[in-house]
Design a protein around this ligand. Structure first.
Ligand SMILES: Cc1cn([C@H]2C[C@H](O)[C@@H](COP(=O)(O)OP(=O)(O)O[C@H]3O[C@@H](C)C(=O)[C@@H](O)[C@H]3O)O2)c(=O)[nH]c1=O
Length: 184
């Protein structure tokens, strides 16, 4: 399992090793000891899965506020997605910056997203199933987010506003500039 830092170093790309044989393949997708060896010590307490029927479905950009902030480990079980994170940590040299990474079921790659980031994705194929482990349980009273198409973020989404499939809740999210400080 390779765990590598990206341009915002606390965000990591995880490449599990696939052991192939005549039956197919086997891979480990999460191991506490291997993650801890890379400084990732979050206690993952909930697993989530979402299915998006159509290519161009956008979910995000979401976070949970403290005291229920969540780190996430995200991957695809079917299909592929463009995963997006935005650094919301006020003391970070990367505050307001984003990263995009393509994740696919075929490749088995995953993204580790620390606490303090907004997270979202756009599906790149029909019938995309996304899974993620999270480090705190769902707390709807701490639900937060920023608008996926906030021009200040400069995210190169693979779909335009007219074609994107977006929830009413996500359509109503504020711009980054409207967000009070949440993460140190
Ligand atoms: C996130 C979540 C939602 N729900 C419920 C609430 C609602 O009725 C239904 C759909 O919720 P949402 O519209 O918030 O689902 P969705 O837009 O898929 O939300 C997810 O988006 C991605 C990008 C993330 O990073 C996740 O953390 C999560 O915020 O599922 C839970 O029961 N538990 C959960 O942990």
């Amino acid at each position: 399992m390779d765990i590598v830092s990206l341009d915002i170093p606390d965000v990591r790309l995880v490449r599990p090793r696939r052991h192939g044989d005549t039956r197919g393949w086997f891979m480990e997708t999460w191991r506490r000891d291997r993650f801890a060896a890379q400084g990732i010590t979050d206690d993952f307490v909930q697993d989530n899965r979402s299915f998006s029927a159509r290519r161009g479905t956008v979910r995000g950009l979401h976070f949970q506020r403290p005291p229920h902030a969540q780190a996430k480990l995200v991957g695809a079980l079917t299909g592929s997605l463009l995963d997006v994170v935005v650094d919301l940590r006020r003391s970070s040299p990367h505050y307001g910056r984003h990263l995009t990474v393509e994740l696919s079921a075929d490749e088995g790659t995953m993204l580790y997203v620390p606490v303090g980031f907004a997270h979202g994705f756009c599906t790149l194929s029909d019938a995309t199933t996304v899974f993620y482990k999270v480090s705190d349980t769902y707390a709807p009273e701490c639900d937060g987010g920023i608008s996926w198409n906030d021009p200040a973020l400069g995210i190169a989404w693979p779909v335009g506003v007219a074609e994107a499939v977006v929830s009413d809740k996500d359509r109503a999210l504020p711009l980054l500039a409207e967000l009070p400080p949440i993460f140190v």
